[in-house]
Design a protein around this ligand. Sequence first.
Ligand code: NAP
Length: 287
Amino acid sequence: MISSLSGSSRVFGIMGHPVRHSLSPAMQNAALQACGLDGVYVPFDVRPERLGEAVAGLRALGVGGVNVTIPHKTGIVQYLDELDESAEAAGAVNTVKNDNGRMVGYNTDGDGLLRSLAEDFAFSPKNSSVVIIGAGGAACGAIAALCRAGARRIEIVNRSVDKAASLAAAMEERYPGTVLAVTGFGTGLAPILQGAGLVVNTTSLGMKDETIAGLEPEALHHEAIIYDMVYAPPVTPLLLEAQRLGLRHANGLGMLAAQGELAFRIWTGMLPPRGLMGRVLAGISAQ
Ligand code: NAP
């Protein structure tokens, strides 16, 4: 790929701190190559206090676009010229496009989740009833995308109930077509789960073998889907439980690939070959 770079190569990248564990360079470079595009995608390790300079640098150097990851997803907003509805609703940016010097922020996490659910389960959010575990950045993106796609009801279950309540109120104001409700952790969740078609874990619980207090998937309908945004380890205790009960389930690798595909389309106008990014990620996570 490097040997094919030229004087007119476009540069893309990811800004985070730290960024060396990111899987995005592998999947984005594979996509550039597969689409025959003259470009390269590189990691940029940017300290929070230098974020403003970094964005000015992207503009000055004509970098085509970047992904944005922890800890910059909200901090970068103040340095951008415009926010797409996806980023404004989520209150966070994971993709920036340099549109002739105008830096535009997007959030492809939520639509990435929906794309993964559509591809893996043919799930349509229209009129659905969804339980979202968590009320952080990943939850905001997911809830906003579900509301835009016509979800009927979303129940947010979170440790900090106040935080979930503010999020629910903000989303209901923006998307009045969806009913939002809030429940705390630890209380019996069975009545909420009974009517749900989809449960999404947006917390980091499961990365270290933790279970989610009060979440008993036995209460779910047999056609319900359990989606865990965690992808390392590939099988969390929640997914193990879904497996045991014979429920449809997936980890967050599909979403990671899909948010990358949507970012790639924002920058290049093209989608990578179907399944390519997912195969790259699966190859890395199997190592
Ligand atoms: P965040 O903004 O820090 O939010 C963390 C959420 O997890 C909050 O709701 C927090 O509850 C909850 N939480 C954390 N530790 C907890 C504990 N010990 N007990 C109960 N609740 C706990 O983080 P984020 O950006 O939303 O990311 C969350 C997870 O999603 C991460 O694991 C991240 O890797 C994953 N993610 C995956 C993808 C993907 O493509 N697959 C994309 C984005 C994020 P409180 O509000 O009570 O603190």
